[in-house]
Design a protein. Structure first.
Lengths: 223, 223
DNA sequence: TTCTAACTTACGGAAACCCGTAAAGATAAT
DNA sequence: ATTATCTTTACGGGTTTCCGTAAGTTAGAA
């Protein structure tokens, strides 16, 4: 189900135009008041919309804001945390040119973001893909970020994932892996859960089959 | 269908015992005269058996022979070539401790061997697996050799294989690959052929699923 | 040519994988 | 304690993959 109401928080006008165009391309109706340039303003719009019974269902925000006016919420992370408190369940994605990728990855995990897209080559396509994924209740981490995850890949893969993928790489079928984890009392032990987890990973990484997943892991020395 | 008549050509007694035991374990009846220690003797036994209408169906041979008596066929490669002339279709595998692995790989291809197992840790298990594979009309290249194929991997993968596996790694399904090669007029263009080729590769490498195959390729930088 | 052997393709059934849904369990907040 | 939410599990149907068989094709040898 595509989004009905999207709020953009970004103090940079030029990027705003692109984002709005992207939303229009996705047939999302967009009111000029759905765009704010201060974090405090963003939060108050969220609250107001919620109070009116017409809450936003997606927030697209930058991380750094140039605050020429003093703000309670000083940057994007403040806004995100506040928004999550005010409206749990609100989908939130970051669209930013700020920061190193390593930072981005940590934020993606720590803030439990639904999507993270860095500005740069191909960002519009990236953004569109992210929005579509998130609209479908999935998470999206830009491919441009994924490349730098070698070190702290735990953001995507936990021990469970690691073991499952390792066993697949050793030639086990998914069924065999399920049998193994059942025997060793590992948390989600059903084949169904395993399938769902694999599917989730692939979806998040925009990967379409197990072969590509293994190649990705090997390329990035994740396992 | 397991082998009925196996000829062993090896001048080393100690290894012979192991090989014979392995054959016995596989329920292959073995006559002491099915073991020779000279290449010429090996060939003549092959010819005799063929003439008697009871040909051997597997030859297991070493590569180097200590020829205290002058021989027409001086080493294993001579024997193999002669045997292939005399009895086309005869399955031939090498079981040897000789030579560098790179050499082994080249031999495996150039002599069109059915199997190649180097002596060393785990060689009995290796041997058994090889015999079973070959009995089933498949080829077998020991895992101990495969590790050194980085450079001359063309022994196993040709351009066709390379492209198919690459496309799988890029997220295409086998069906999609088949459609693509059909479009581009690449030689075996049916999905069936593609399946068979993949299956053959995995069988030869003792690999049980596509995930393991991709991991193997990445590990050995084959693609 | 004609035959044989090898390769390619089509096809079908079994197994594995994918994906959605719904029930059952666990967890947390009120 | 009870609701609500999230996780895990079970299950079913559709797709893909796997693997054997058989039929068709090609290439080379007799």
């Amino acid at each position: 189900m595509m989004f009905k109401k999207v709020l953009i928080a970004d103090d940079c006008d030029s990027t705003n135009i692109s984002v709005q165009k992207t939303l229009t391309d996705l047939s999302i109706i967009f009111d000029s008041r759905d765009h704010v340039t201060y974090c405090d303003a963003a939060l108050s719009r969220l609250q107001k919309a919620l109070a009116n019974g017409e809450p936003y269902d997606l927030l697209i925000t930058d991380l750094s804001f140039n605050n020429d006016i003093p703000q309670v919420l000083e940057d994007g992370t403040d806004l995100i945390r506040a928004a999550q408190k005010v409206q749990p369940g609100l989908k939130i994605m970051v669209f930013t040119g700020e920061g190193r990728n390593a930072v981005a990855s940590r934020l993606y995990r720590d803030l439990n973001l639904d999507g993270y897209v860095p500005k740069g080559r191909g960002d519009i396509k990236d953004l569109k893909a992210a929005i579509e994924k998130i609209a479908n209740d999935q998470r999206y981490l830009s491919a441009n970020l994924r490349m730098d995850l070698k070190a702290n890949f735990s953001i995507i893969f936990d021990e469970y994932d690691k073991m499952v993928i390792s066993m697949l790489m050793e030639g086990n079928s998914q069924k065999e892996v399920a049998i193994y984890i059942k025997k060793n009392n590992i948390k989600p032990s059903s084949l169904s859960s395993l399938e769902k987890r694999l599917s989730e990973i692939k979806s998040t990484l925009n990967i379409s089959n197990n072969e590509q997943l293994i190649a990705y892991c090997k390329d990035n020395k994740l396992i």
